[in-house]
Ligand binder design. Structure first.
Ligand SMILES: [Zn+2]
Length: 307
């Protein structure tokens, strides 16, 4: 259809144009906006959703069906307003940047461990991602490091063997929902369905249901905090974003993460990003040199990863 043709042309044109002028991040954003605007009926496969995590960060509402978007607009648009510059190599999120309402009791939303010990946790979002995930697993295995993978149910269902490989290597699995749709765009029943789908996929290979939940984009309506806690699960965000999804060399990604790490940090990386596995040996070496021990999230947060 001409709409789709226009959308593809418009998207690619804008993507390349803005990419050259303003950097790849903007290029991808405008490219995807163009595609959505023109094609508008495109059913984006979830592996594409995972790969375009960065670009969708601000566009999640745009791809939401109109009926849901209308209802979501009535939801309070409050937490957590995570703000950072996506073009810096790595960003540290201070407590204040999480912007939780004062009525929330401490510990309702976790984003780092106790700051007393020089321990950090490595977390990987958006997989399992095929070859990029296998490369990350190899590096972790070579260095004897255990990490936590927040998987998407849609990806996990397609790659049960890779999901099992992650678990069998001694890593922890967390719930990143299924389709990477912002919880702010979903009804409570849809949030349950997203979390159940991913938990089912994890249970099918481990026999256990995950306890740690990381909402897509780190965004969620305040009402979903109780919803998730009543499920017996914990919301776990992060304190350092490697920004590996935004591009950059392995060296710049690693330098940013190592410099930003602080005692108790939860480090966010993506096993779907192309340079993450290359950055990982440098990250592990740099953290070790700074005296940090890398531990699984359950150890950092002193609570079980499964229930
Ligand atoms: Zn994600």
């Amino acid at each position: 259809m001409s709409g789709i043709g226009f959308g593809i042309g418009f998207g690619i044109g804008f993507g390349i144009g803005f990419g050259i002028r303003f950097g790849i991040g903007f290029g991808i954003r405008f490219g995807i906006l163009g595609l959505i605007a023109g094609a508008c009926v495109a059913d984006v496969p979830s592996d594409v959703i995972a790969e375009s995590h960065a670009a969708q960060r601000d566009e999640a509402q745009s791809v939401t069906p109109p009926t849901i978007a209308t209802r979501a607009a009535r939801l309070p648009d409050v937490v957590p307003a995570i703000t950072y510059d996506p073009f810096t190599p790595a960003a540290v999120l201070a407590d204040r940047e999480l912007d939780l309402p004062p009525s929330f009791e401490a510990g309702a939303v976790l984003h780092r461990g106790r700051p007393d010990d020089r321990v950090v946790a490595l977390t990987f979002d958006d997989g399992p991602g095929g070859v990029t995930t296998r490369r990350v697993l190899r590096v972790l295995g070579d260095h004897g490091v255990r990490a936590t993978f927040f998987v998407l149910g849609a990806n996990a269902e397609r790659q049960p063997k890779l999901l099992a490989a992650i678990a069998n290597a001694g890593h922890e699995l967390g719930n990143h929902a299924s389709s990477h749709t912002s919880f702010r765009s979903l009804f409570p029943s849809q949030i349950h369905a997203e979390l159940d789908q991913t938990a089912d996929a994890i249970e099918s290979v481990t026999g256990l249901r995950p306890r740690f939940v990381r909402p897509p984009f780190g965004r969620f309506p305040p009402s979903s905090v109780d919803l998730i806690r009543e499920r017996g699960e914990d919301i776990v965000l992060w304190s350092v974003d490697a920004n590996d999804w935004a591009g950059g060399s392995a060296e710049s990604i690693a330098q940013g993460v190592v410099a930003a790490a602080q005692p108790g940090a939860v480090l966010l990386m993506h096993d779907t990003a192309p340079h993450t596995a290359d950055a990982l040996p440098l990250v592990i070496a740099g953290l070790t040199k700074r005296g940090f021990t890398i531990v699984p999230l359950s150890e950092l947060l002193a609570r079980p990863a499964f229930r």
